[in-house]
Design a protein around this ligand. Structure first.
Ligand SMILES: [Zn+2]
Ligand SMILES: [Zn+2]
Length: 769
């Protein structure tokens, strides 16, 4: 008999809370190996002893057959003399200071659990907290590492003998499934009315379903916080929810029971189907088939796309099968406050919004909104949260410990350590105390989980952002180096970081608002940039923003600003729709423009889209961010490619070393089209082609002086899928290599990543100490 060998194996990556140890156990069993496996706070350690070829096979399978949610980053193997281990065991977890682990995001209910949930003879039949090693809550319940039940909010539930048996049996699907529970021992549901009084019900799910079918609004305590639900086919219910939530026209997402139902409401590509059914289970924006969908139009007014998702917890599966309805499913908050997570908090904050509350007693440790994606050739995030965070972005360099505080809207923060950038889940708009508190708590959670002690803090250059003020305060308090980062440089750097390139590139950053280095409001920028620094090579022409914030809420003001600034104040307005602008206001805006009162200059691409939307009569007043631009995109016909030759004229002129896109030709052509009665869809498609050509021509000009042929596209304007498509194909036809976002949002939700990498390079270059 050949001599036995012993291998010590260290595995790094997402290997806890994903069924990794039972997998190792089964594998060892399969290859007749002896030894042990254990979690530490830094990795998984394995010792296997046996015949050498079996150990080799074990090591191959370890990487190739790992559980679906595991992500192995690195494996180290060392061979030692055999020591005569017998059997194979799973040793207790070992916590060690300073070391850390990647933490799994929450995972949608797996097929096996779903089957049990709906099987009348199963002991977990209709049990809404069913989960196993392959699915269920992770990040939302974890308080610290290593990931064991005692450090989760499940610790208050003592497992019954049957659950304990599953938990202890390495061959069971629930072996060491930390949130393991059943009706005898786990969390449970109750339903209360708007005043918090318990509603007597034999079956809480049935009662909840009945209320939904009656058109009531239900607050549901979900995975990462409360959701508000109502019947998506009931117009009155949807309108009531809008009114009570103070939601304006911003679209709601809809949850349906299964893929057949999705296909009834929407057109689907294979990539979209894959994403919808993935364990991450995000909301996916899909092409809405109004003709076959009974979801009422007011769910997503004036839009071609609707956010759809499948049930991702047992509770959702039960509610959907109980009602048989598509359900509006939206975050449980008022307007822009953070999502409510505790029962008492929800009863106060959602009072008057929800008719009934479906509550449970499993605490949520971290708030977690639904993620939102769209798919063109590849999935692209708009909001990154459930299913994705706190999974890191892998950097191409070893990083310093940095905290980047992000911007203001749709904010996230980012912590870096080693090769990891931990971009937080969506936090929200940093404009109120509640969100700031959520931001601070989540920073503390991430610092703890990943053992990060930042010595550098990065923030936006905008002095008035709450995130900037927070960064300054914390920086001063703890003596950290502060690195303020220009907003659009951060956008481009975030695109570079997720694509694992350092630049230099031609960075095209188009968005609504960003604090410019010259004190104006930027947003249509062409940068020569890498992870160190940037130079502004080009920009959209400056125009005044009459009334500041008022011009953002009223695109018709922006339209007037473009007309008067670029075509002259004698431009005759007669015959123009300029929806939303009354004669008195024309007077006020004209005066603001003339005297330059409260009219800061902006090069924002977002405002240009707004202005054209208002000019074309699509939308002159908005009640959610980017509504005018979104509806302008929606107005474009499907055969957009056919209109390329019809784009509007523009000029690029060099002024003091910066190439400026002169837009008078665009605005006068749009005005001429409007006067001639050209319909909005045609104006929209001509304009989209124009912007794509502005980008391409500018990139060509910058390539001539820099010989750089790599382009990075970032900024919220690239959520516009028509523009993204036209721009990338035009640039590629011209021979440019194009980098776009696939891991983090192109909007301000991705800015923190860019800030973090720029701060890292500032430290490396000795630009800050
Ligand atoms: Zn499962
Ligand atoms: Zn139990």
């Amino acid at each position: 008999m050949r001599a036995k060998k012993l291998a010590r194996v260290l595995v790094w990556g997402v290997v806890q809370g994903v069924g990794f140890r039972p997998f190792v156990y089964r594998l060892a069993y399969q290859y007749s190996l002896q030894g042990w496996v254990r979690n530490t706070s830094g990795n998984v350690e394995i010792e296997v002893e046996g015949n050498e070829s079996n150990i080799r096979s074990f090591l191959v399978d370890l990487e190739e057959k790992a559980p679906p949610m595991a992500h192995i980053e690195r494996v180290e193997v060392s061979f030692l003399p055999a020591r005569g281990n017998s059997g194979f065991e799973i040793l207790p977890s070992q916590g060690e200071a300073e070391r850390y682990q990647l933490v799994s995001p929450d995972i949608a209910t797996c097929e096996d659990c779903r089957r049990e949930l709906l099987c009348p003879s199963d002991r977990r039949y209709r049990y809404p907290f069913t989960n196993c090693t392959n699915c269920g809550p992770r990040f939302t319940i974890i308080e610290d590492i290593p990931y064991d039940r005692a450090r989760t909010t499940m610790r208050q539930f003592k497992m019954c003998p049957r659950c304990q048996q599953e938990y202890d049996d390495p061959l069971n699907r629930r072996f060491h499934a930390q949130p393991n529970a059943c009706p005898d021992c786990g969390p449970n549901l109750e339903i209360v009315d708007g005043d918090g009084s318990r509603v007597a019900a034999d079956d809480v799910i049935r009662a909840a379903g009945k209320f939904l079918k009656q058109g009531k609004i239900l607050a549901i305590r979900g995975l990462g916080g409360f959701q508000l639900a109502c019947d998506a086919t009931d117009r009155d219910a949807v309108d009531l929810l809008r009114t009570r939530k103070k939601r304006g026209a911003k679209p709601f997402a809809v949850m349906v029971a299964n893929m057949e139902d999705v296909a009834r409401h929407c057109l689907l590509s294979p990539g979209e189907s894959r994403l919808l059914e993935s364990p991450e289970c995000p909301i996916v924006l899909l092409r809405w088939q109004h003709s076959s969908s009974d979801v009422c139009p007011s769910v997503a007014p004036n839009l071609k796309y609707i956010g759809m998702m499948l049930p991702y917890t047992p509770l959702h599966h039960l509610l959907l099968s109980e009602t048989g309805l598509p359900l509006v499913m939206t975050s449980g908050n008022l307007s822009e406050e953070p999502i409510a997570k505790d029962n008492g908090e929800a009863l106060v904050r959602l009072k008057g919004i929800a008719d009934y509350f479906l509550l449970h007693n499993r605490d949520i440790y971290s708030r977690y909104d639904d993620s939102v994606y769209f798919v063109d050739e590849v999935p692209r995030p708009i909001r990154r949260a459930r299913g994705y965070a706190p999974y890191p972005i892998f950097l191409s360099f070893k990083s310093e410990q940095v905290l980047a505080c992000g911007a203001e809207e749709k904010n996230t923060f980012c912590l870096t350590k080693d090769e990891h950038a931990f971009l937080s889940q969506h936090i929200g708009d940093m404009e109120n105390e509640e969100t700031l508190e959520h931001f601070e708590n989540t920073i503390e959670l991430y610092k703890g989980l990943f053992r990060v002690e930042p010595r550098v803090i990065a923030c936006d250059m905008h002095p008035e952002y709450l995130s900037t003020k927070y960064a300054r305060q914390i920086g001063a308090e703890y003596g950290l180096s502060l690195v303020p980062v220009q907003h659009h440089h951060a956008h481009i750097a975030s695109c570079l970081a997720e694509n694992r390139v350092n630049g230099p590139v031609i960075g095209v950053a188009l968005d609504g608002t960003g604090y410019g280095s010259d004190g104006t409001i930027w947003g249509g920028e062409f940068l020569f940039a890498d992870l160190n620094s940037f130079r502004r090579m080009g920009q959209l022409e400056y125009v005044p923003l009459p009334g500041g914030a008022a011009a953002i809420k009223k695109p018709c003001r922006m339209a007037l600003s473009y007309l008067y600034t670029l075509l002259g104040k004698d431009f005759p307005l007669a015959g123009f729709p300029l929806a939303g602008l009354d004669p008195g206001e024309v007077e006020i805006v004209s005066r603001q423009l003339e005297r330059r009162v409260n009219s800061p200059l902006t090069s924002s691409a977002g405002r240009l889209f707004d202005a054209v939307s208002a000019l074309a009569g699509v939308r002159g007043k908005i009640d959610y961010e980017a509504q005018a631009a979104i509806e302008l995109e929606m107005a474009a016909p499907d055969n957009a490619e056919d209109f390329e030759s019809e784009s509007y004229p523009f000029a690029i002129i060099e002024e003091q070393g910066v190439r400026v896109v002169k837009l008078a030709g665009v605005i006068s052509s749009v005005a001429r089209d409007v006067r001639a009665g050209v319909p909005a869809p045609i104006i929209s498609v001509r304009f989209h082609h124009t912007v794509a050509q502005i980008i391409t021509r500018m990139c060509r000009v910058i390539a001539e002086v820099s010989s750089i042929r790599d382009v990075a596209l970032s900024g919220g304007v690239f959520q516009n899928r028509l523009l993204l498509k036209l721009t990338t194909s035009a640039l590629k036809r011209d021979g440019f290599r194009v980098f776009t976002h696939q891991l983090v949002p192109c909007n301000d939700g991705g800015v923190a990543l860019g800030q973090a990498v720029i701060a890292n390079f500032a430290v490396k270059e000795g630009l800050c100490v």
